[in-house]
Design a binder for this molecule. Structure first.
Ligand code: PGA
Length: 254
């Protein structure tokens, strides 16, 4: 048995204006009122909607996350957002190194590392995304890609620093494509990731770290994924935008 509380997280990406985000969050809070308490729930709206959504979800079972963070405390960095800004907007979590950031915005393992450091220093829970592309999977490089992303992304960290870290395994070929990894493929990757943590940071962290699966998670595949021993939750994109769909994912039937 582990003490890994499952986490179901919604990544709203660049969707929803402030009024739309407020409305969605309010509906979600209603739908999840009285939901079971053995699951952590997080939503990550756009930066502009963080503070208003934080007000809406106050006192509910839903926590707030951001989709990115900059590593400097403050300064002349036009367009960036600081850790303190996220904390003051009510964030508990921050998604780091999403494949869309890596693919379109030159995010590297080195910048992921700096962002995780900033999150840890500011008491935010980092949700670090890793995952292979279709080409990397086809050329049988999935494990080496995951190994490198974890080792470089977490270079110089101690197990204590990473106590609250969450990993999201998101195979790039499964994101927004409707192609979900099978539960066996997810389990295989998650088990491998746990073994990387065991080698790099020891057994205690490897056993306690939460590893989420992400990539076309829907109400009809969540139960099968969650039944896998090393799947501790999900990072949901498209299916998190509709409150009813997302609440069905959170309240999946075991
Ligand atoms: P998806 O996105 O659920 O739309 O595939 C997942 C993600 O990018 O986090």
């Amino acid at each position: 048995m582990t003490n890994r509380t499952p986490l179901i997280a919604g990544n709203w990406k660049m969707f929803k204006t402030c009024p739309e985000a407020i409305e969605t969050a309010a509906q979600l809070v209603k739908l999840l009122a009285g939901a079971r308490e053995d699951i952590d729930v997080m939503i990550a709206p756009s930066f502009t909607a963080l503070a208003p959504v934080s007000d809406v979800i106050k006192g509910s079972c839903v926590s707030l996350g951001a989709q990115n963070i900059f590593w400097e405390a403050q300064g002349a960095f036009t367009g960036e957002i600081s850790p303190a800004m996220l904390v003051s907007a009510g964030c508990k979590y921050v998604i780091i190194g999403h494949s869309e950031r890596r693919q379109y915005f030159n995010e590297t393992d080195e910048t992921v590392n700096k962002r995780i450091q900033a999150a840890v220093n500011n008491n935010l829970i980092p949700v670090m995304c890793v995952g292979e592309s279709e080409k990397e999977r086809e050329s049988k490089n999935t494990f080496s890609v995951l190994d490198k992303q974890v080792k470089k992304g977490l270079e110089e960290f101690s197990p204590d620093d990473l106590e609250r870290l969450v990993i999201a395994y998101e195979p790039v070929w499964a994101i927004g494509t409707g192609k979900t990894a099978t539960s066996d493929q997810a389990q295989e990757a998650h088990q491998f990731l746990r073994s990387v943590f065991e080698k790099s940071f020891g057994n205690t962290l490897a056993k306690s770290i939460r590893i989420l699966y992400g990539g076309s998670v829907k109400p009809n595949n969540i139960a099968e994924l969650m039944a896998m021993p090393d799947v501790d939750g999900a990072l949901v994109g498209g299916a998190s935008l509709d409150p009813e769909t997302f609440s069905n994912i959170v309240q999946f039937k075991r």
